[in-house]
Structures are given as C-alpha cells and as structure tokens.
Design a protein around this ligand. Structure first.
Ligand code: NAD
Length: 365
C-alpha cells in the first residue's frame, strides 16, 4: 500500500522547502521500493487568493483522507491588517484542530558539523540530541473559564485531567524506547496543583516502562539546564505552556531555525511541518534551508510510515551532506560556498543514494 501524503506547500518559502522534502521522499520510496503517493493542496494565503478562505473544504477533506500531512508554512505580511479568522494562520490553526494531534514533537539536534553555528561553547553543546514532547490540546491555552472580568483584570484556567496526562506521557515513554531511554518530565509541582497531578500520573505511567529512566525536573531548573548542559537531556515531557517555551529554547542547540522539524501526532491524521514560518524576506530567491522540511519528512517515514530504517537513512543523509560542507545561507560561515534550496536538496539526495548503494553493496557481498 502506498503511503498517502497530502502536501500543503503554503506561502513564502513553503513551496520551495516542501518541493525538496517531496523530492527526498520520492527518492527514498524509489530506492527502497515502498511507494509514496502525493496530492498537493492550497492552504494559507495561497488558499485565500484561489478559494477565498485559508482552509478550503477540499484541502481539509484531502488531509483527512491521507495517512499524513506535510506542510510548508503559512503567512504573509499582506494579510496582517485583517481580522484573525481571515488570515493565513487561521487555516493552519483550523487544520491542527481538525487533525486532532495532541502530541507535539520537536526534536532539537546539534549536528556535529554545525557546533560553531550555535551560541554555545562546543564542549557544552556537543552531543545534544533532545526531543521535546509537548501536550498540545489542553492546559492553559484552552482552559475555561477565561477572559476579562473587568478592563483591568484578566484570568485563564490551567486544567488537566488524568487521561490527558496519561496519553501524552505514554507518547514520551514510547519514543524514549527508540532513543536513549530517558524521560525528564518538566513541571512546577512545588506550586501548581495541576503539576502535582501531572507528576503523580507520569510516575504511574513510568511503572509500565521499567527500561526507561524517569526524572522529574522543575520547569525553572529545566530551562537553566537547557541553557548550561543541553546534552544532559534525552526526551523532555511537558505540558502545553511549558513545552511551548522549552521547545523554542531547546532549538538553540541546532544552530538555525531552518533545520528544525516537528510533528503533531495522536489524532486522526499526523501532521509534519518545519518549525520555521514562511520567511517572506527570503521567499522566491532559493535561499531557504530545506532541512527542516526534509527532517520532518524523515519523522513522517518513522512515525506514520512505520519505515524506521528509511527514516534513519534520510537523517544520515542530512548529516552526511552537512559534514561534507553543504551550507545554505543561514548556515554558511563567511567565505563558505552557499547552496540554493534546490542544491541543498540535491546534496542530501546524493548522500542518500550513496548510503543506500553502500548498504546494498555490503549486503550483496
Ligand atoms: P520566520 O520563521 O518565517 O522567519 C524568521 C527568520 O528566520 C527570517 O529572517 C527568515 O528569513 C529566517 N528563516 C526562516 N526559515 C528559514 C529557512 N528555512 N531557511 C533560512 N532562513 C529561514 O518567522 P517570522 O518572520 O516571524 O514570520 C513570517 C511569517 O510566517 C508570518 O506571517 C508568520 O505569521 C508566519 N509563521 C508561520 C508559521 C507556520 O506556518 N508554522 C510559523 C511561524 C511564523
């Protein structure tokens, strides 16, 4: 059965980076004989121009019918004056809600060849390979009641149920099993009741995973440790608010916004997207780094496609191309040759074919 992927290129650099991600997915499919079937649909500003709304029904129906959605980015300054519901971002928010993913995964990896692009000292950041697992549909961002009780007083509600905590904790522990088998659960249990429930439930879930080491970390300590010893973490589990902040902080180990992938899973259909936005300042110039989109495609192969070997090979191809000196403008040091978006995609494709051929030759001996 082919893997059905709904491609939503979106706005700005979205079409440029998703074209490279689709190229790599197609190449992986050809090399390993596991087909991928694409369909492409409008979202965001592009959809407003063509269909009058940021998430056309046709797009949503195609996404719900797919195995996974791979999105580029949405947004353009031209829509900034419009009411929220008529802006490109409304399309993405509605899509995320309709697909229903409650687990947001944000890996942050320090590629060995990009250490000097990070704000860290090499000995502090070397080896950092963090996965933030953030609860996405509950907590402070959705709790009711919320609002203004007077023009001078506002309030929000932080609420979590046992089942919400349990399901996100299981995602974190399951993923830790495929990594270094460590989960750090971030909370504020010394102050917040919701955190005390969080801690109790996470501890209970951990009993089903005796092979995974659990530590509870206060959110403030966690932020400090991310800034001083990022390589000391494997999986970090956090609620919606804390996870939002920690995932941006953890991203600093990667060296560029352009290399960061993400996934939102656990709902009806899984959604994969690079972390960056539509970058209107560089759109259409071939300057965008496609690695965030390509690494999102690797997550898609692993988590939705059930093709972990192919995901590993694609991630190794990214690493190999970087180690060989492939650099888009955001990664290049002064004097280094700058590749276009397409050339970076091609460099990763060449590395992929080399890795595949090498493995094939090895097996043939
Ligand atoms: P941005 O991520 O688009 O850009 C921030 C900076 O990073 C810019 O200087 C940009 O050139 C650079 N950058 C981003 N991606 C890059 C890549 N792949 N390669 C090289 N450089 C890259 O954030 P912004 O400027 O705050 O927002 C621009 C638009 O994107 C806004 O309309 C915003 O609402 C939207 N946005 C969308 C998403 C999304 O679709 N998920 C996320 C964030 C922002």
């Amino acid at each position: 059965m082919p893997l059905k992927v709904a491609l939503l290129p979106g706005d700005g650099i979205g079409p440029e980076v998703t074209a490279e991600a689709a190229r790599l997915l197609t190449r992986v499919a050809d090399l390993y004989g596991h087909p991928v079937q694409f369909s492409s649909h409008a979202i965001g500003g592009e959809a407003i121009e063509r269909h009058g709304r940021p998430l056309p029904e046709e797009t949503l129906a195609a996404c719900l019918d797919a195995d996974a959605v791979l999105l580029g980015a949405v947004g353009h300054p031209r829509y900034e004056g419009r009411p929220p519901a008529e802006r490109p971002e409304a399309g993405l928010l509605a899509l995320r809600q309709a697909l229903g993913g409650f687990a947001n995964l944000r890996p942050a990896l320090c590629h060995p060849s990009l250490v000097d692009r990070t704000p860290f000292r090499a000995d502090r950041v070397q080896g950092a390979d963090i996965l933030i697992v953030r609860e996405l549909l509950g907590g402070l961002y959705f709790g009711e009641p919320r609002g203004f009780s007077s023009p001078d007083t506002a309030f929000n509600t932080l609420v979590y149920s046992r089942s919400e905590v349990e399901r996100i904790a299981r995602v974190a522990f399951d993923l830790a099993r495929g990594r270094r088998r460590r989960v750090a659960s971030a909370d504020k249990a010394n102050v917040l009741e919701t955190s005390r429930l969080w801690r109790t439930v996470v501890t209970e879930v951990a009993r089903d995973y005796p092979d995974v080491a659990l530590e509870h970390v206060y959110i403030d300590t966690c932020a400090m440790r991310l800034a001083t010893a990022p390589a000391s973490f494997d999986v970090i589990l956090a609620d919606n608010l804390f996870g939002d902040i920690l995932s941006d902080q953890a991203a600093s180990v990667a060296g560029s916004l352009g290399v960061l992938p993400s996934a939102s899973i656990g709902g009806q259909v899984d959604l994969y997207e690079p972390v960056h936005g539509s970058a209107p300042d560089i759109a259409g110039q071939g300057l965008a780094n496609p690695i965030g989109a390509i690494a999102s495609a690797a997550m898609l192969l692993r988590l939705t496609g059930g093709r972990p070997h192919e995901a590993d090979v694609l991630e190794r191809a990214i690493e190999t191309a970087l180690a060989a000196g492939a650099r888009t403008r955001d990664l290049a040091a002064p004097g280094e040759r700058i590749l276009s978006t397409r050339e970076m995609g091609e460099a990763i494709e060449h590395a992929l074919v080399d890795i595949h051929d090498h493995q094939h030759a090895y097996h043939a001996v």
